[in-house]
Design a protein around this ligand. Structure first.
Ligand SMILES: C[S@@+](CC[C@H](N)C(=O)[O-])C[C@H]1O[C@@H](n2cnc3c(N)ncnc32)[C@H](O)[C@@H]1O
Length: 367
């Protein structure tokens, strides 16, 4: 597993999405995430209109307005999110200031792990329409990324379900939470679920405490995260995709192309929080006020095709699978996966509607 070292010398696991703009790239297979960003536009407009104190000392045109998109990946999604934020801030700034007030400048930081394809990302910045200064900030968002009180708006869309690491217990054969023969908590026991939930709680607390230092008092943060409606893992609609992937890997063990040990030692470092998880963790952090929290749904319903489901999975999971099982097994794995998705397509139609994506809008309290 590749790691990213933070400024505090802590190492964080890193699993980038597929870079470039080829057929398996994240850029070309992130429509689901795109629809969530589009759906978040109204949340951003409302939060900035109602909650951002434009005329206060923190947003007054004397300093650039700092925006960070954490877990930006590659492709257009991040630019859409950033543009939505800038448009909303500009509108409020104009409405609340005289026409001869200083022009508000924007500094945008695109953050992801250092092995994200930042070259592709910066090649696709919409330079002709861009009205902000753009910079890349490489490193894990579970550590400090920015100096104290330098950000006014933090966006984090479809990224904070990636944990900082696989919980150690699930890799320990002596532990009740050992997850041999399984690759995720959604296909496993309550003990494994508990280990993931505890790791997630720890990670999200770290995430909030470092952001509290980086955001100005009164600054806002929007988190959108793929979630689950119930902690009962067997009822999680997202379990279907993991279960199919897992059954392909177990077939490949039988064929001898990968080993049982490799499967036993592989776990996906992703947790889908419930609203209750988010409520508890965010409310416990005394630095933020929870302004709004709920479920966000992409506009319209896309009936998922095999191509869509396999492409979305491959763009996100290929790198982590390659890191663990090796390049040479990837084609075989995704051919098997495509066949299983095709055989189970009907169940995806219903499960897909049940996906729950959560949002929370936080406001940094004044010190
Ligand atoms: C599914 S992509 C989402 C990209 C984009 N925000 C969107 O909505 O389309 C998740 C991104 O989060 C990044 N990520 C995951 N954990 C991270 C961490 N600890 N620090 C920084 N980036 C992280 C991944 O590398 C990946 O690029």
């Amino acid at each position: 597993m590749q790691v990213d070292e933070g400024i505090n010398s802590v190492s964080y696991q890193s699993c980038p999405m597929n870079g470039g703009d080829g057929p398996n790239s994240y850029s070309n297979n992130s429509n689901y995430q795109r629809r969530l960003i589009e759906a978040s536009k109204d949340l951003i407009n409302e939060a900035i209109h109602d909650k951002l104190e434009i005329d206060s000392s923190c947003v007054n045109g004397s300093k650039p307005f700092g925006i960070a998109d954490l877990g930006c990946s590659v492709g257009q999604n991040t630019f859409i999110a950033v543009q939505n934020i800038i448009e909303a801030v500009e509108k409020e700034y104009k409405a609340k200031n005289e026409s001869n007030s200083p022009v508000l400048e924007f500094q945008v930081f695109f953050n992801d792990h250092s092995n994200n394809d930042f070259n592709s990302l910066f090649r696709s910045v919409p330079y002709s329409s861009r009205n902000y200064y753009a910079a890349a900030v490489a490193g894990s968002f579970y550590g400090r990324l920015f100096p104290n009180s330098t950000l006014h708006f933090v966006n984090c869309s479809c990224a904070v379900h990636w944990m900082s690491k696989v919980p150690t217990e699930v890799l320990d054969r002596e532990s009740l939470a050992w997850n041999g023969n399984r690759i995720h908590y959604t296909t496993s026991s309550e003990k494994v679920y508990e280990a993931y939930a505890a790791q997630y709680k720890n990670d999200l607390e770290c995430f909030l405490s470092v952001r509290a230092q980086e955001l100005v008092g009164g600054g806002l943060m929007l988190i959108v995260v793929p979630g689950q409606s119930s902690h009962l893992v067997s009822q999680t609609p997202r379990a279907t995709t993991t279960w199919l992937l897992e059954s392909c890997l177990l077939e490949m063990v039988k064929m001898g192309s990968i080993s049982q040990k490799q499967v036993d030692e592989f776990n996906i470092p992703i947790y889908f929080p419930t609203l209750k998880d988010m409520e508890e963790i965010t409310k416990n952090n005394g630095n933020f006020r929870v302004e709004r929290m709920g479920i966000v749904r992409g506009k319209g319903y896309i009936k998922p095709s095999v191509e869509f489901l396999v492409g979305s999975m491959r763009a996100v999971m290929e790198e982590i699978l390659k890191q663990h099982f090796g390049d040479e097994v990837i084609e075989d794995l995704f051919e098997r996966y495509a066949k299983k998705v095709a055989q189970n397509l009907d169940s995806f139609y219903t499960k897909f509607r049940e996906y729950e994506d959560l949002f929370v809008i936080l406001k940094r309290k004044m010190n």
